[in-house]
Design a protein. Structure first.
Length: 91
């Protein structure tokens, strides 16, 4: 298995940092680093997250990391990180 971030997933990380950094730059960096590292555990356990049936027949799942949701899709031997956001955001 390999892990790849989509452009939207990377944009979400950048947007999150830009939102948090004015308040506390160090905390913003730590949060983004933790969120960027979290999907690596999916390499050993790709089906760890909750399956989202609304995307059927695609194999889209989600994991929660603290107060953040990370959505990912499994395609053959690749896990694509699709999006991430704070669970309080309207999505």
């Amino acid at each position: 298995m390999q892990l790849k971030w989509t452009s939207k997933g990377l944009s979400d990380l950048a947007r999150l940092y830009e939102f948090l950094a004015p308040v506390n730059e160090q905390a913003a960096a730590q949060t983004v680093q933790a969120l960027a590292a979290a999907p690596t555990r999916l390499l050993k356990h790709p089906n760890l997250g909750e399956k989202l049936e609304t995307f059927h027949p695609r194999h889209v799942r989600r994991i929660l990391v603290g107060h953040y949701e990370i959505r990912y899709e499994i395609q053959q031997s690749t896990i694509y990180v699709l999006r991430l956001w704070h669970t309080r955001q309207e999505r």
